[in-house]
Design a protein around this ligand. Sequence first.
Ligand code: XMP
Length: 497
Amino acid sequence: MNTFTRLFFLLLISSSQAYNKVVSTGLAYDDVLLIPQCSAIKSRMDVSTTTQLTKNITLNIPIISANMDTVTESRMAIAMAQMGGIGIIHRFNSIEAQVQEVEKVKRFTNAIIEQPLTIGPEASIEDARCMMKNNGITSLLVTNADNKLVGILTKRDMWFHPRKITVADRMSPKAKLIVGYEGMELEEAKNLLLQHRIEKLPILKPDGTIAGLITSKDIDQATKYPKAALDSRRRLLVGGAIGVKEDALERAEKLIEAGVDVLVIDIAHGHSNLAISTLMNVKEQFPDIEVIAGNVACPEGVRDLILAGADCVKVGVGPGSICTTRITTGAGYPQFSAVLACAEEAAKYNVPIIADGGIKTSGDIAKALAAGAHTVMLGSMLAGTEESPGLAFIKNGKRFKVVRGMASFGAKLGREVNENNNTKLKDVEGYVPEGIEAMVPFKGSVVEILHQLLGGLRSGMSYCGATSIEQLHEKAQFVRITSAGRRESGAHDVIPA
Ligand code: XMP
């Protein structure tokens, strides 16, 4: 659909909107339960969690880590994609910093690294150390002025050495290296790595310049993470958030250049002209990139974003654990009802939706998907893990990590300081927050958390007799419960051990 047609649709839509002051009942996840149904499923492992993130991106697990600065940077995004989901790198940093995070994910695994990072032999060991750290890698190919391979430098070569010596002093020279040739089969490369017990195999063109790099880690990853979410070059999938302000298009462009697989237009009130025009501009300028737009809480918002070009719509206004939007503004919609209504609308266009915020348990994930969502986005449930970038600290002998709403006072102050070194507290005094800073218990690796969440989800699906998320959409039925039902649902009348 071209821009003119989209604009026409949007005009038509806005002129036909009815503004009745309707009061209906909005339900939260805790207000409902899935009704158990006859099931032919013998084992939870027979249940598939494969789903659509967008019209064209498939995931093996329906879980996304939120684009929050205490939740998703490269480490979290790598772990999420290895497990079959995806992480969305937050935008609360400079474009360069966000691009670097995306690049770290895209470089993490490859069938072949087509443009491995290189360094000159005359560079200092300190330069090499910085380059490795900034890019999250453990080796550099050393090339001369003609771009020909002259050696390889790994992290190990740099242990305990003074900063002033050069790369040439510590690298393994080409004469000692095992190299592969352009076009060689992956299996042949794997055999060479095994036979010579080496971790890196530089691939050379006939003229000695570099065609790529194959690493044992990449080959190992494929066996270790068979469900990983990968692009066509076997690199991990990753998303990047952009805003709606001046730098949105530049950020989008740089993220796309870095290889991002999907953009998320991140704005609290996604059913707004600002969000719609940003979405249309992004789609106009970069028609090939998949775009998730949001957040909305009503079917009208879903429809308008889809007509403006969204490949997926993110649903949730105020349900998040660190959100105070509903308290501060009086606006929002209880999340279960929002997902139910929005999913029905999105299904008319065959566009997937994300249930974003308010998920506290694996049971909530099952309910969100059963209500029609294709994926869920998690913030605080993942913020306490090793892979989150949030600050870790000890309080009363227990480990915690920080989590904060992106519209909290602390996040606002952090942003201002990032953008402008001279920011003083008084410059942000007038800010009206719609989120809070908080702490969550340290939970260990996200892999364990995902394992628990997916186990619960698979069980929930089997209670509904559903072997796939599409079947869950079709079959699921809910019962609304009372506060007595809710009390009965948790542990009761015992003293928890
Ligand atoms: P959970 O419940 O998973 O929610 O922690 C994560 C989602 O919350 C949203 N978010 C906010 N909403 N004020 C808000 O009203 C905020 O400061 C804020 N920060 C994050 C966001 O949609 C996220 O994915």
